[in-house]
Design a protein around this ligand. Structure first.
Ligand SMILES: O=P(O)(O)OC[C@@H](O)[C@@H](O)c1c[nH]c2ccccc12
Length: 263
């Protein structure tokens, strides 16, 4: 069984608890700008920076990290958005991390989790997220479409994540505004930036779609590599979590976009 399937199976065992309880979080209501608009109007590569304590492939990355301090550093450095992992078992995240961060920063917030049911979208919104992730590899065409529509109706932006061309075609069928190419294969954990390069040609045909390159971005060279094939943003976790100079590390990724890519 793949790790993705293991995570999804575990997730489905948790659904009854979510379905039995209405989400109750104390979140200050904040109006956040639209991630899509921020990404569209940029002239430099935008950074979605992630609060990532651990991962199934690496174990703990930053066990003692303070989510609020980390998020504030990201915001100060000009991140476009903060991604907060809420998956508990494999990534050691929580909705409490999301709530804490939502109460302390004003930029868009992405709830990073494995969504397999509408109720998780309600929890994401209640905990302060303005963006959710839908992983194409985890969903049927029907569910992908239904969840995308539901999240949009709740006023959330959606990052639709793909890894290969077949998934990209399935994603394009629902006409999403933001597509992320995960350079990490969630079935094997292999990371390869050429995955973004491979899918770039097709993505570049869609002028209104914002293209995010996700995972495995360590430095300005990596950032420039994906920017040069058409990425408008990057999603970065581990390298920023491990950095002693978070703000400098983040700023170094904000490379200029080629003129042809500015929307
Ligand atoms: O730590 P990295 O290699 O910078 O990757 C960040 C992010 O892309 C990664 O955490 C991620 C991308 N898609 C996901 C889906 C679920 C969990 C995690 C992820």
């Amino acid at each position: 069984m793949t790790i993705l399937q293991t995570i999804l199976d575990h997730k489905s065992t948790l659904l009854p608890v979510l379905l039995e309880n209405k989400p109750k979080f104390e979140v200050k209501k904040k109006i956040r700008s639209s991630l899509y608009d921020c990404l569209r109007n940029a002239e430099t590569l935008q950074v979605i920076s992630e609060m990532k304590r651990a991962s199934p492939s690496k174990g703990f990355i930053a066990e003692g990290a303070n989510p609020i301090e980390q998020a504030k550093k990201y915001e100060r450095a000009g991140a476009a958005c903060i991604s907060v992992l809420t998956e508990e078992k494999f990534f050691k995240g929580s909705f409490q991390d999301l709530v804490n961060i939502a109460n302390h920063v004003d930029i868009p917030i992405l709830n990073k989790d494995f969504i397999i049911h509408e109720v998780q979208i309600e929890y994401a919104k209640a905990a302060g997220a303005s963006v959710i992730l839908l992983i194409v590899a985890a969903l049927s065409d029907e569910k992908l479409k239904a969840f995308y529509t539901y999240a949009s109706k709740l006023g959330l932006d959606v990052l639709v994540e793909v890894h290969n061309e077949e998934e990209l075609d399935r994603a394009l069928a629902i006409h999403p505004k933001i597509i992320g190419v995960n350079n990490r294969d969630l079935k094997t954990f292999t990371v390869d930036l050429s995955q973004s390069e491979k899918l770039a040609n097709k993505l570049n045909n869609y002028e209104d779609i914002v293209f995010i390159s996700e995972s495995g971005i360590w430095n300005a060279e990596d950032a420039a590599r994906v920017a040069n094939v058409g990425a408008h943003g990057v999603l970065v976790g581990e390298s920023l979590m491990r950095s002693g100079e978070v703000e400098e590390a983040l700023t170094s990724l904000q490379v200029p976009l080629p003129f042809s890519q500015r929307m």
